[in-house]
Design a protein around this ligand. Structure first.
Ligand SMILES: [Ca+2]
Ligand SMILES: [Ca+2]
Ligand SMILES: [Ca+2]
Length: 270
C-alpha cells in the first residue's frame, strides 16, 4: 500500500508542475520584437557604396555631394513688369531719407535708423498702396465728372507721423454741372488734407485757385497750386486759362496728430 501512495503523490506533483506551464506561453512574443533591430544595418550599405569612390575617407565626401543641390532655385525672371516708364525711383539716395543710409545715426522725421538704413518708424497693418508718398506715385482713383453724385473713394492708413499718402483723379468738366473739387476725410486721428489742381489746358501755371475760408494756400512739390485744411472742404473758386475746366486733382493726406497707425476714409467728388 505504501508504493501506491508514493505513486499518487508523484502524480500529484507532476500534475501541479504541468499546470504552471501554460502561463509561460507569452514568452514567444519576445522573438518577434528581436527581429526589428536588424533594420539599421541597411543604412550602413548605402554609406559604404559612396565611400568606394574616394577610398579611405568616405564620411567627408558625403557632405560635399549634398551641398550641390542648393543652386537649383533661380526664380528672378518676372522683372519684365518694371520696364514701365513710371519706374523712376532714381539712383539718388540722400542720407537720412527713407530707405537710404542713415545720416550719422539720424533720419528724417518719421524714420528711424535700423542697421544703418532709415526705415519708416511705424509700419502699420493694412497700409496698402505704398509707396505713395509723392505725387508721381499717387494712387490713381480714375476719372469722374463734375456731377456731385459721382465720387471716388479710398480707404487707407497713415503709418505714423512720417507717412504721406497721395491720391489723384481726373475730373471732367461736363454740361450742367460745376467743377468744384471736394474732399471728405474721416480718420481715427486728425490729419492734414490738401487738394492740388492742375488744369488740362494751361497746366499748373495756368491754374488759379482761391482757397476757401479755413484753408491755406499751398504749392505741391510739382508746383501745382492747392489748398490745405481740415477733413472736409471744397475748392469752388478755381480758374483754368483754357476754355475747359477739365482738371487733374491730387489729394494728399499727411501729418496726423498722433504718431501711430491712423486709418482713414477718403471720399472726393468734383
Ligand atoms: Ca460739381
Ligand atoms: Ca500709407
Ligand atoms: Ca504713403
Amino acid at each position: 500500500m505504501t508504493r501506491a501512495t508514493l505513486l499518487l503523490t508523484s502524480l500529484a506533483l507532476f500534475a501541479c508542475s504541468t499546470g504552471d506551464e501554460p502561463g509561460d506561453s507569452s514568452s514567444n512574443s519576445g522573438v518577434t520584437t528581436a527581429t526589428v533591430g536588424t533594420d539599421p544595418s541597411t543604412t550602413d550599405d548605402s554609406t559604404t557604396t559612396t565611400g568606394t569612390s574616394t577610398g579611405p575617407t568616405p564620411t567627408t565626401s558625403d557632405g560635399t555631394t549634398t551641398g550641390d543641390p542648393t543652386s537649383t532655385s533661380t526664380t528672378t525672371t518676372t522683372g519684365s513688369t518694371t520696364d514701365e516708364p513710371t519706374g523712376t525711383t532714381g539712383p539718388i539716395c540722400d542720407p537720412g531719407q527713407a530707405n537710404c543710409v542713415c545720416d550719422g545715426d539720424a533720419c528724417a522725421d518719421g524714420l528711424e535708423c535700423v542697421d544703418g538704413i532709415c526705415v519708416p518708424a511705424v509700419a502699420c497693418d493694412g497700409d496698402l498702396g505704398e509707396p505713395d508718398d509723392t505725387e508721381a506715385n499717387a494712387q490713381d482713383l480714375g476719372e469722374i465728372t463734375d456731377d456731385d453724385d459721382i465720387t471716388v473713394m479710398a480707404d487707407g492708413v497713415l503709418s505714423g507721423a512720417g507717412d504721406v499718402d497721395w491720391y489723384t483723379y481726373h475730373g471732367l468738366d461736363t454740361f450742367g454741372h460745376v467743377a468744384e473739387p471736394t474732399v471728405k476725410v474721416t480718420s481715427s486721428a486728425s490729419v492734414r488734407v490738401c487738394q492740388f489742381i492742375e488744369c488740362d489746358q494751361g497746366g499748373a501755371v495756368g491754374t488759379e485757385i482761391t482757397c476757401p475760408e479755413g484753408t491755406q494756400t499751398a504749392l505741391s512739390g510739382a508746383l501745382r497750386p492747392g489748398c490745405c485744411g481740415g477733413a472736409t472742404f471744397t475748392v469752388s473758386d478755381f480758374n483754368c486759362s483754357g476754355s475747359s475746366d477739365d482738371i487733374q486733382v491730387y489729394v494728399r493726406l499727411d501729418k496726423p496728430t498722433q504718431d501711430e497707425c491712423v486709418e482713414y476714409g477718403l471720399v472726393s467728388h468734383n
